[in-house]
Design a binder for this molecule. Structure first.
Ligand SMILES: NC(=O)c1ccc[n+]([C@@H]2O[C@H](COP(=O)([O-])OP(=O)(O)OC[C@H]3O[C@@H](n4cnc5c(N)ncnc54)[C@H](O)[C@@H]3O)[C@@H](O)[C@H]2O)c1
Length: 279
């Protein structure tokens, strides 16, 4: 039986990837900042029929020690880690760079960039010993060199995550490490991330932005299912598994008049399966 470890998986995309790995009979280790949210996520995931087991461990991805402990925990339970996903992420407040505090800048870089670097380092160290395994990092706004006010630090991190992941793929190839490294590109998902920065503060979305999200956005269930199916069959190093391709985005805009999609109620509460109360 295969094992997957996912950071930042008490909710959103991470939780939904855990769910579909579980449906595919993987052993799943979820991890996040808070014990209570992990307990809740674990008991929900236990409702899904699976031959695999589910475990959780608190882990702050900005601390390499936490990630090392997460790996030790997974190995102590399941002996081998087949897939490791650096998913944890925070959105930035919609401010220009000079309006952000040093703490805000540190948090974005520590979680979105260093979290992926530390997580990859810990995963490679174990997978080299196993001589097998796959590591995935998550792309986001900025990965493709787009620019926008209010996303400078997030975009900087994600652009760097893309470069880092491609470089790591090159390194494991040159060292013949027997493992693969890839990128997951989830497009736009309507999650807490979309409406809150740094995990807490509400982002007031402009009507124009909501319109774009309603056209291009998807639930983390839809995206998670797609990404998991691709990861399970992927054997290629340096793969990019992309949900919202340019062709798909183009088609969405063309058909927007016929497909009235709405992810937000009047108070900007999310109308997704992740937030059933808002429905
Ligand atoms: N939502 C989108 O539109 C979108 C688009 C592209 C990429 N992404 C990326 O997808 C990933 C998941 O995003 P999501 O939309 O599911 O967000 P989310 O906010 O729903 O989930 C993120 C999870 O990460 C956790 N987290 C935050 N800081 C952490 C830390 N220091 N250590 C461990 N866990 C931490 C949170 O507690 C939360 O459970 C992120 O990397 C994000 O950048 C999101």
């Amino acid at each position: 039986m295969k094992t997957v470890v996912i950071t930042g998986s008490a909710r959103g995309l991470g939780y939904n990837m855990a769910r579909f790995f579980r449906e595919n009979n993987f052993n799943v280790v979820i991890s996040d900042l808070r014990e209570e949210s992990l307990q809740k996520a674990k008991s929900e995931l236990e409702q899904i029929k699976s031959d695999g087991k589910i475990e959780y461990k608190v882990c702050n991805v900005s601390k390499i020690y936490d990630l090392q402990e997460l790996m030790k925990f997974a190995i102590s339970k399941f002996l081998v880690v087949d897939i490791w996903i650096n998913n944890a992420g925070v959105n930035q407040p919609q401010k220009a760079i000079w309006e952000l505090t040093q703490d805000e800048i540190d948090t974005i870089i520590d979680v979105d960039l260093k979290g992926a670097i530390f997580g990859s380092k810990v995963a490679v160290e174990q997978m080299v010993k196993q001589h097998k395994g796959a590591i995935y990092n998550i792309e986001g706004y900025g990965s493709n060199d787009a620019h926008m006010l209010g996303l400078n630090m997030y975009g900087t991190s994600k652009r760097a995550v893309t470069y880092f992941t491609e470089s790591l793929a090159q390194e494991v190839k040159e060292r013949d490490a027997g493992i693969i490294v890839g990128k997951l590109s989830p497009g736009i998902m309507i999650t807490e991330f979309t409406t809150h920065s740094l995990g807490n503060d509400k982002i007031e979305l402009a009507e124009k932005t909501k319109k774009v999200y309603n056209i291009l956005g998807d639930t983390p269930e839809t995206v998670g299912k797609f990404l998991v199916e691709k990861m399970i069959t992927n054997t290629k190093n340096n793969a990019k598994i992309e949900w919202l391709t340019t062709a798909k985005a183009f088609k969405r805009f063309l058909t927007a008049g016929f497909n009235k999609r709405n992810f937000f109620d009047k108070d900007q509460k999310l109308l997704t399966d992740d937030n059933k109360e808002a429905k």
